[in-house]
Design a protein around this ligand. Structure first.
Ligand SMILES: [Zn+2]
Length: 470
């Protein structure tokens, strides 16, 4: 579907700035980054826009700041820059690191609110209900556990809210949504998630509050013409995509728009977001890709369990590309996955130290000895189907195995005839640089090292790309 579009806009969700991100959040960044790099190679550098960032308003951030005894502004500034440093450690090539406290976003969120209101989709009403401050969402009793806790936030107390709010006429769009999703005008991947979302619609869509009174929540974007209310959660956070996309020419009909999100917020991106856009008169995204969660050694990753690992800690120990490779190959692309440091190190040794690293070292040594120089331009022929980066990597890994086999069968180290030797090495190195070229979206720094080794000047065996972990 995306082939007919000139441009591509890739987004990750933006993270709540209540605490710094950990490896559980890293997967989505690396996944979206690989896809952004893939499209840059296909469609040209300037035809791809890619955003990630932080969601900085809301009660959770206000409370986190209070707990620290600093202002919300100071708090979100601090967390946002820590998040950005974590994301940078993974070499994530975002075009803009988005912050919902930025000036242009405040204006856009207010403008969006006004458009939706003018279209008759926003009204003011009293509301009483159960609320999870962790999810920033109202809950029905059926969504809570038996002891009245949110299953996603079991340590938090469910609140009972009774207040005046602005509401969005979500229910009006039930039929529209059903058709949108059934006909794949909005593509939801993987397919199982589409069924889940259709089941949500079957249960009925109800209007939702989209503002909070300032005496309850002051840290937010003011509702236009009503200083006693702030816009909250989705009418603030989701609009980040339009703020940055539109300003840079990536929210138009020439652009393929894809959102990468975790399964916990799939509902908001697939069911609420399209109706908000429709209401305010904007085009809709093409695809929402929903990934699973990462567990660490069988446990949910959380501060209270004390098993939080930052991406930068892994990167410091194993290198950026090793971490990227592991996540992309073994991450929760469809379902939740369980990861462990032991498994990480096994994959590192098998695929990177022995696989790509060893093959590169072997061929470079032989080429150096044979005084070989090459004039080839590597070809990017990668096709990633349905965003399955894991399958694309497996295929390339298979090609590397075949190349290894070719080397072992042709034993270039034993060939004495110089012409024959150069011929065999040229064939094998051409294969290697082509495989490497196609690995570029996944492990870009390593690929540059491989290409430099073979394609720039006299070939010399490089430092080990991935030193073995013993
Ligand atoms: Zn919750």
């Amino acid at each position: 579907m995306e082939t007919v579009y000139k441009k591509v806009f890739v987004t990750t969700a933006i993270d709540y700035a209540n605490a710094t991100i950990h490896i559980g959040h890293a997967y989505e960044k690396v996944l979206a980054d690989a896809i952004a790099r893939y499209y840059r190679a296909k469609k040209g550098e300037n035809n791809v826009y890619f955003t990630t960032g932080t969601d900085e308003h809301g009660i959770t951030n206000q409370q986190a700041a209070e707990k620290r005894g600093i202002t919300p502004q100071e708090h979100v500034q601090d967390i946002s820059s820590q998040d950005q440093a974590e994301i940078d450690s993974l070499n994530v090539s975002y075009t803009r690191f988005f912050r919902t406290t930025s000036e242009d976003h405040k204006h856009k969120a207010q403008e969006f609110f006004t458009k939706s209101m003018e279209n008759g989709d926003i009204y003011k009403s009293a509301y009483k209900g159960l609320y999870c401050e962790g999810c920033e969402a109202y809950k029905t009793l059926s969504e809570l556990t038996e002891d009245c806790k949110c299953p996603l936030h079991p340590t938090r107390q469910i609140q009972e809210y009774e207040e005046e709010n602005y509401f969005f006429k979500w229910s009006k769009y039930e039929g529209f949504l059903k058709e949108l999703i059934e006909t794949n005008q909005l593509q939801i991947l993987p397919g199982g998630r589409k069924k889940e979302m259709l089941a949500f619609i079957e249960n009925g869509i109800q209007d939702i509050p989209i503002s909070r009174p300032t005496y309850k929540l002051s840290w937010g974007i003011p509702v236009p013409n009503d200083p006693e209310q702030v816009i909250y959660v989705w009418f603030d956070a989701l609009i980040n995509y339009v703020t940055s996309g539109e300003a840079n020419g990536f929210w138009d009909d020439d652009t393929y728009i894809i959102h990468f999100v975790g399964k916990d917020i799939a509902r908001w991106h697939t069911l609420l977001w399209p109706t908000m856009l429709k209401s305010a008169g904007y085009r809709l995204p093409n695809t929402v890709y929903v990934h699973g969660f990462i567990n660490l050694e069988g446990q949910k990753i959380s501060k209270s369990r004390g098993n939080v690992i930052r991406p930068s800690e892994l990167v410091e120990k194993y290198g950026t590309d090793a971490v990227r490779y592991y996540f992309l190959k073994h991450g929760p692309i469809t379902e939740d996955v369980d990861i462990s440091i032991k498994h990480f190190e096994e994959v590192y040794n098998a695929d990177l130290a022995n696989g790509l690293g060893n093959t590169t070292a072997r061929l470079a040594k032989l080429a150096e000895k044979a005084k070989l120089s090459l004039d080839i331009s590597p070809k990017f022929t990668l096709e990633i189907k349905d965003f399955r980066v894991d399958l694309a990597i497996n295929e390339l890994q298979q090609k590397l195995t075949e190349l290894d086999k070719h080397i072992n069968e042709n034993t270039p180290w034993a060939i004495e005839d110089e012409t024959k030797l150069k011929e065999v090495l040229t064939t094998e190195i051409t294969q290697l640089v082509n495989i490497a070229e196609n690995l570029k979206p996944f492990i870009p720094e390593t690929v540059t090292k491989v290409q430099t080794t073979f394609l720039e000047g006299p070939i010399k065996a490089p430092e080990p790309l991935f030193p073995r972990i013993s």
